[in-house]
Design a protein around this ligand. Structure first.
Ligand SMILES: C[S@@+](CC[C@H](N)C(=O)[O-])C[C@H]1O[C@@H](n2cnc3c(N)ncnc32)[C@H](O)[C@@H]1O
Length: 248
């Protein structure tokens, strides 16, 4: 990872232990292990950090045997104690700033929170309180999506890794987002949207919000399934790595 051509840094910021019950924390850690797998497989892995790894998060993480040997920078400290504030961008779906490019040497924070969106806007609020820059992924600018635009930790991570490995936002989003979310190519160019369409869009957004909780529930379950196979992947990766190491 350190020798990767990609110098974009992504940190999953824990410190949300008090906002998650045991089940959600377990899902959060499974999503993180999936991120690790994704990064390992990438031609050019991102510079991957996990911060505020202590307390209940650390206890949950410790269930992944050998996690200390992952090619990931693990920190007990909060990310603001490690990185310069000027180069931090907190990712949050509630931001009005749209991310267009991922910049080398910048730190992109993904909130380590699985909450069924019951703490809607929490990460946005935290970024504002700490005076940090924030941004959202350019989802509506690139694809049409029937459901809410709050993604899981591993989906956000995967999209960003794919961008760093040469995909366009549209390609990455269409590849990563599950078909169940209704992700599809944009049917009309934004410039050709009529006023009527815009009003219809507003209602669609309201529908999305209403469906958010149900969708979140389904999402987390899907992630649990994915994570189960991710665990196997991670274990397989570990075995492969052990083989490689043995050859070396
Ligand atoms: C499951 S979401 C957590 C939702 C939580 N209610 C919040 O306040 O953000 C996990 C993390 O993924 C990132 N994320 C999810 N969707 C995103 C989007 N559309 N744009 C940017 N970041 C996103 C954010 O960093 C978020 O903290």
């Amino acid at each position: 990872m350190a020798n990767s051509n990609c110098k974009v840094t992504i940190a999953i910021a824990l410190s949300f232990d008090n906002y998650m019950d045991e089940r959600s924390l377990a899902k959060c850690v499974k999503q993180i292990s999936r991120c690790y797998s994704i990064n390992r497989r990438a031609t050019d892995p991102v510079q991957f950090h996990i911060t505020s790894l202590d307390g209940a998060s650390l206890k949950e993480m410790s269930k992944n045997s050998g996690y200390e040997n992952w090619d990931v920078n693990l920190h007990e400290k909060h990310f603001t104690e490690i990185f310069s504030k000027e180069k931090i961008v907190y990712l949050t779906s509630e931001s009005d700033n749209v991310i267009e490019n991922l910049k080398d040497d910048y730190l992109y924070i993904i909130g380590g929170l699985v909450d069924h969106n019951s703490h809607k806007g929490l990460c946005h609020k935290l970024a504002e309180e700490k005076g940090l820059s924030h941004g959202r992924l350019p989802i509506s600018e690139n694809i049409d999506m029937k459901t809410r635009k709050v993604l899981t930790i591993d989906h956000v991570f995967n999209v960003m890794v794919n961008i760093c490995n040469g995909q366009s936002w549209k390609e990455a989003l269409l590849e990563i987002l599950p078909a169940r979310k209704g992700a599809q190519e944009k049917l009309v160019d934004d410039n050709t949207i009529t006023n009527g369409d815009r009003i219809a869009d507003k209602f669609a957004v309201a529908d999305e919000d209403a469906a958010a909780d149900e969708d979140a529930e389904a999402d987390e379950d899907a992630v649990a399934d994915e994570a189960a196979s991710a665990d196997e992947d991670a274990a397989a990766d570990e075995d492969a790595a052990a083989d490689e190491d043995a050859v070396c």
